[in-house]
Design a protein around this ligand. Sequence first.
Ligand SMILES: [Zn+2]
Ligand SMILES: [Zn+2]
Length: 242
Amino acid sequence: MQSPWVQRTLAIIYPPRCLGCGGLVENTMGLCGDCWRDTSFIAGLTCGKCGTPLPGESDTGETCDDCLRISRPWGAGRSVFQYRGTGRKLVLALKHGDQHDIVGPAAIWMARAARELMENDTLIIPVPLHPWRLLKRRYNQSGLLANALAKRTGHQFCGDALMRVRHTESLDGKNRDARFATLTNAITANPKRAAMIEGRNILIVDDVMTSGATLAAATEACFTAKAAEVRVVALARAGKDT
Ligand SMILES: [Zn+2]
Ligand SMILES: [Zn+2]
């Protein structure tokens, strides 16, 4: 813990900046008023599989159109905000900009969004990046999020529970069917982590859920490794209109 004096001094040398626009803010937690309003945080009634906001107020385990049509092998899923406006900016900064300041606040938001998905024995793991891409990018942004979420909630974290078994082309610009075809069997459980996964409740963390193909492949890999239950949480949910 930093002393108040150190905190004050740091605040003078490095005044806290907004994660969205870089403007000065009053606390280190995040976003200026404008960027906060421009972030589509998800609240109210949501799809139980992906966290997309739904119209209406009942909470009887509703499912969005996408999740009715597309295979969602996991039990339940949540997302923090929609992939647009400041939310999109934050995800892209984390992915491509080496902007890791967002990880702390993101862990707090994800802990809140996924609180009903975690049990005492939950193991928190990231969607895996292929080693080549990891080499290029130097870090797995979902791994950073998963690790921070585990620290925040006191759950066990495993960064290499899942692995990519073959290099897959970038999913950018591909339609849903192509994404699913590319990813089928592209993810497997790490044999060294088999004992950790078997019988466990798993929470898989991803930065953005778009088609859900990556999360579906990751979920199947956990079930193949005999996980008891698999749930997912994404920082951002990219819907049809994004
Ligand atoms: Zn801002
Ligand atoms: Zn859904």
